[in-house]
Design a protein around this ligand. Sequence first.
Ligand code: ZN
Length: 218
Amino acid sequence: MTPHAIARRMAQCCRQLAERGLIAGQDGNVAVRLGADRVLVTPAGLIKALLRPGDMVEVDLRGRKRRGRHDPTSELDLHLRILTHRPDVGAVVHAHPPVATGFAVAGQDLAAFVLPELILQCGRVPLVSYGTPGTPELGDKLQPHLEGHDAWLLANHGAVTVGPTLDAAWIRMESLEHAARIIAAARALGQVNELGREAGLGLEARRDPSRKERRRGD
Ligand SMILES: [Zn+2]
């Protein structure tokens, strides 16, 4: 994909996140790795649903702006922290999905084995303790949880998903919110039946075969 095609996809992603209610107004941000030391990120302070490809900002991994007419996202440190520490990650999506964030406000993770689709898409989703948005504190809190996960809930704030491509990270964000809604509905009905541990671990191994090795003796 050319940088322009990636920028177009980022704008589509932002529009859809807004249409699906996973962000409001200026909320949320997206980053896509362009090369060894180049990242395309969403701009700060603009309405996400109205972003155009030319609004995206190119930075290096140290956060220096390389191209673009706007300032980069206020959560630039969070995105660069992930891209620096996870070379397998090609894209990061940060949003405020209301039901998943509700779990994060309630101090609850989404790490139980309940829905096969959530396990296959996101694996176990940990809750990262609160860090002030737009400051390095947020990345400091997330960093210890980076290995072995592709989706995180941020306490009293929102969620982050990653993937090898923007589409993969974006799908994970939608799946995370969809699963959170289903689990919240089950709770409202009074019962959440969890999958057995074997079934859960089997699904997890299907999502990431290397995990089976890492988890030996778990
Ligand atoms: Zn946020």
